[in-house]
Design a protein. Structure first.
Length: 127
């Protein structure tokens, strides 16, 4: 069985983990590099042996953008540098208007969204 068969695609594993309330990422066994978004080959060294690790979900806002919506609260997109060494895009779930670059945030899982997704809230411990 090839590692490139669709049922083994790492994105499937990632979203299954999110559905189970876990934020996960990959780490390359060969170079120890952090890999996110999930892939079948390490973008750093080309290694194909990637192991899954669970993130604690704490990070720092790298960039933030507010997208206005007529008659509704704005959507606040953010790029977050997670403490494990990867950056991901998501949205702020609470007090979105106060989100600023450099702010500590914590990953949460949005139970009102199907499929479940990772969102961020203010707070989080320091790295």
């Amino acid at each position: 069985m090839s590692v490139f068969e669709p049922e083994l695609h790492p994105a499937t594993t990632f979203w299954e983990n999110v559905a189970a309330g876990q934020l996960t990422f990959q780490r390359c066994v060969q170079c120890d590099g952090v890999v996110f978004y999930p892939r079948v080959v390490c973008p750093l060294c080309g290694g194909v042996e990637l192991r899954w690790e669970q993130s604690i979900g704490a990070g720092t806002i790298y960039s933030v953008s507010s997208i206005p919506r007529r008659g509704q609260e704005p959507i606040v997109l953010c790029l977050v540098d997670l403490d494990e060494g990867f950056r991901m895009m998501s949205v702020m779930a609470d007090d979105a208007g106060a989100a600023v670059i450099g702010q500590r945030v914590q990953a949460q899982f949005d139970p009102d969204n199907v499929p479940q997704r990772v969102v961020f809230t203010a707070g989080g411990t320091h790295a």
